[in-house]
Design a binder for this molecule. Structure first.
Ligand code: PRT
Ligand code: ZN
Length: 285
């Protein structure tokens, strides 16, 4: 029987969310520190724990069948990987930043300057695309200190909250790439492994959909039902059941997290009572 080999980051920003996602799919495993691989007990899956930089290459070479890694690493390595699913976690952007004192007006101001980065390939393509000639200094860590120690004029690095830039007296001037964690696959999976991946994807998508929705229960006066039904989407439409108290009904609905607060405010204004909100574990199909 085939086993699908999944590469995940061993330690770092992607690690916990990657393992949590697999757990939420109902897949059990025991990931012990120091181990390079671990089998899942109740699904044909084996984990490979790797540095994130190595994941695109391992998936491309077929050492691992699929991998969870940031778009930044996928684009930097440049292998022709299949992006199976955008998992959405670990959001960040790859940006160019300059010292706060730099009177920056536009990309042309980087002409002839030096830029430190761990993403030379993405940066090179970006500068070429914008016809800017700058000197790229590849360094693997602590990129943000390069201008302060006089190594380069600018940096190109990942940013999430922006506090690292602020602490180093740098300002973000260009955003090159937006990144989140992706589920990637090699291009030559066997039919059997494809079938396992499809099963895994059904579970991942059910978990992802569930995370984006809330289940709402509420009581409403019958006189307001038509208005409330209009604002509650539900999977098809909300479920309505009469309450023992005459003139009142109970409604159930599923609401997208983006609309959630807006909808709750409107429900309150329409006289809804006893509004209960619960997380959803999975939404199948
Ligand atoms: O050992 P290994 O090579 O596996 O780990 P790593 O040190 O290369 O990676 P790690 O764990 O730091 O990051 C893994 C992935 O998380 C990255 O490849 C991105 O896809 C994603 N990610 C999301 C981030 C950030 N947010 C992030 N903020 N990766 C790095 N950072 C760093 C950034 O380089 C900078 O130093 O955090 C700092 C900026 O953060 P803010 O919040 O101060 O802006
Ligand atoms: Zn790394």
């Amino acid at each position: 029987m085939s086993v699908l080999r999944l590469a995940v980051q061993k330690k770092g920003r992607l690690c916990e969310a990657s393992l949590d996602l697999i757990k939420a799919c109902g897949i059990d495993f025991n990931a012990r520190a120091q181990q390079l691989t671990a089998p899942a007990y109740n699904f044909p899956l084996e984990f490979f724990f790797l540095r994130d930089d190595d994941i695109p290459g391992y998936v491309h070479d077929g050492v691992a069948d699929i991998g969870i890694v940031g778009r930044n690493e996928v684009e930097e390595k440049g292998y022709p990987l299949r992006i199976v699913e955008n998992l959405g976690f670990a959001p960040c952007r790859l940006s160019i930043a300059v010292p706060a004192t730099f009177d920056y007006r536009g990309l042309k101001d980087l002409e002839g300057k030096t830029i430190a980065t761990s993403y030379p390939r993405i940066l090179k393509d970006y500068l070429e695309e914008h016809a800017v000639e700058a000197d790229i200094h590849e360094i693997s860590g602590s990129v943000e200190i390069a201008p302060a120690i006089g190594l380069t004029d600018a940096i190109c690095d990942l940013v999430s909250s922006g506090s690292t830039l602020l602490h180093n007296n740098l300002k973000e001037v260009e955003t090159i790439l937006h990144s989140t964690a992706l589920l990637t696959a090699g291009e030559n999976l066997t039919e059997e492994k494809h079938a396992i991946l499809d099963k895994l994807l059904v579970r991942i998508r059910a978990v992802q959909r569930a995370k984006k929705h809330k289940y709402i229960l509420l009581n409403a006066p019958d006189s307001k039902l038509a208005d409330i039904v209009r604002i509650l989407p539900g999977m098809k439409s909300p479920t309505i059941m009469p309450l023992a108290e005459k003139g009142w009904s109970s409604l159930h609905s599923v609401v997208h997290e983006d609309d959630f607060w807006n909808i709750v405010e409107q429900l309150d204004q329409l006289g809804a009572q006893g509004i209960l909100v619960t997380p959803i574990e999975k939404i199948m199909y």
